[in-house]
Design a protein around this ligand. Structure first.
Ligand SMILES: [Zn+2]
Length: 453
């Protein structure tokens, strides 16, 4: 017997599934709504009044017969499913028509009353660096006192990470995961990149894989100091390691490969070698690019069909046009510019050109030590001139696109029932009430993750 949960009395439901009669453009808002979840997946969304009359068999309901995406869901091996485009979506291929079910299957096992509050899809944080030792509070304080940000601070995190035990890193990671859940994040990516040796990188992707399937191998984060010393082997020798022995050790635990294509990190040529080797090993491609100045990161990402290029602070006209004409998502990381006092990326220019924009936390101890998607939304609206609707979409559906996930980021039949209840009447309050903890309850696949029961 499938387990059925009815979420009802939702004042404002953001579905990211636009349809006739819904408001808010791409947000697909339903007012006074209800949502039925069956076995963790959305089965029906509509007016709560329709439920009060009993869930009639005529409703356009699609019930799952299998859980999504078990097993190997790496992008290189993914089924060739259609883009999550909103609008006139076909039912998922494994959906059952309502009349194929016993009538008792529709009687909810549980009813969750949302008290007229707003509900949005769970946040999808497509960019974080959460496996590390130590912190860099002193570096932050010095920077706020007027010293410019320098990437060299990574060195201290690498040292602290290498000397931390598995148990220390696991405990830290568990605390971060709890922190993410409490703030409404139901899907998140984690990168390696603070090990920078074969054993240390393997350990980081292995530990990350214990808490998420969205694991990114970022051996090409920075050239480690022992390779950069005057008589050290040099950057190209390190790239050899990253594309060879280190990749072989990390690929079994990872879904993605990433490279920091930036002055002071890796050249476009070195980044290409890393990304192509990762792709050949079955990993999907993502890129850190155009953060500290103009560069070739965006061009490379689009050329290689990357799922996402992240930062995008310094873009040429050609970069913007290339992103707009591609499937590569431009992922903006407002916490970085906030925490480093650097200029923000021009989100409006990307959106107006038609590029797909995501927002992510980039949570890391050096340049953006926030795991809060509501905070990132508030900054994106205030300082990157996104509308509240654009920012909420970018932090949910946009993140799902950046991870090429078709089962999260929206609330429509067949997708995971990942819901965030806001202590607010509208999604706009996420930007309107910055710093206020508005996330009340969080559900992933219909089950409570955080908040009052
Ligand atoms: Zn990053």
């Amino acid at each position: 017997m499938p387990r059925t949960i009815l979420f009802t009395n939702i004042g404002e439901l953001t579905t990211n599934d636009p349809a006739p009669g819904r408001e808010g453009g791409p947000l697909g808002i339903v007012r006074d709504a209800a949502l039925l979840a069956v076995d963790g997946r959305v089965a029906w969304v509509g007016p709560a009044a329709a439920v009060a009359a009993g869930l009639p068999t005529a409703l356009p309901i699609a019930l799952p017969t299998a859980t999504p995406a078990g097993g190997d869901s790496r992008p290189g091996r993914a089924r060739g499913a259609a883009e999550a485009s909103g609008g006139d979506d076909p039912l998922p291929p494994d959906a059952l028509p309502l009349d194929a079910l016993e009538p008792d299957a529709l009687k909810p096992d549980e009813v969750v009353d949302l008290g007229g509050r707003a509900v949005i899809p769970g946040f999808v944080d497509s960019h974080s660096h959460l496996v590390f030792g130590g912190d860099r509070a002193e570096e932050f304080a010095a920077r706020m006192a007027g010293r410019p940000y320098e990437a060299g601070g990574i060195r201290s995190t690498v040292q602290a990470t290498r000397t931390a035990s598995d148990e220390e890193l696991r405990a830290r990671l568990a605390a971060f995961v709890d922190e993410l859940h409490r703030q409404g994040t139901t899907t998140f990516e984690i990168k390696s990149g603070y090990g920078l040796s074969v054993e240390a990188e393997e350990r980081l992707v292995r530990l990350a894989r214990e808490v998420t399937e969205e694991v990114t191998y970022l051996g090409a984060h920075v050239v480690p100091f022992e390779y950069r010393e005057p008589d050290g082997p040099g950057a190209d020798a390190y790239v050899e390691l990253v594309t060879g022995e280190m990749l072989a050790a990390c690929a079994p635990h990872a879904k993605w490969v990433d490279a920091f294509c930036e002055r002071g990190a890796f050249t476009a040529e070195q980044s290409r070698r890393v990304l192509e080797a990762g792709r050949a090993a079955g990993l999907g491609v993502r890129v850190h690019g155009n953060q500290l100045g103009p560069g070739e990161g965006v061009r490379l990402a689009v050329e290689l069909g990357a799922a996402s290029v992240d930062h995008c602070t310094y873009l040429s006209e050609a970069d913007v046009a290339a992103l707009a004409a591609s499937d590569t998502v431009a992922t903006l990381l407002p916490g970085v510019e906030f925490s480093t006092r650097q200029p923000y990326p021009d989100a409006r220019r990307l959106l107006d050109a038609g590029a797909t924009v995501a927002i992510a936390s980039d949570c890391n101890p050096g340049s953006s030590f926030t795991s809060s998607m509501p905070f990132c939304i508030a900054v994106a609206v205030r300082d990157m001139r996104m509308t509240p609707a654009e920012a909420v979409w970018a932090a949910t559906a946009g993140g799902a696109r950046a991870l090429r996930r078709e089962d999260v980021g929206a609330l429509r039949p067949g997708l995971s029932a990942d819901l965030v209840e806001l202590d607010a009447p509208s999604h706009v309050h996420l930007a309107y009430r910055p710093g206020v903890p508005l996330v009340r309850r969080v559900f992933r696949a219909g089950a409570p993750l955080a908040g009052a029961a």
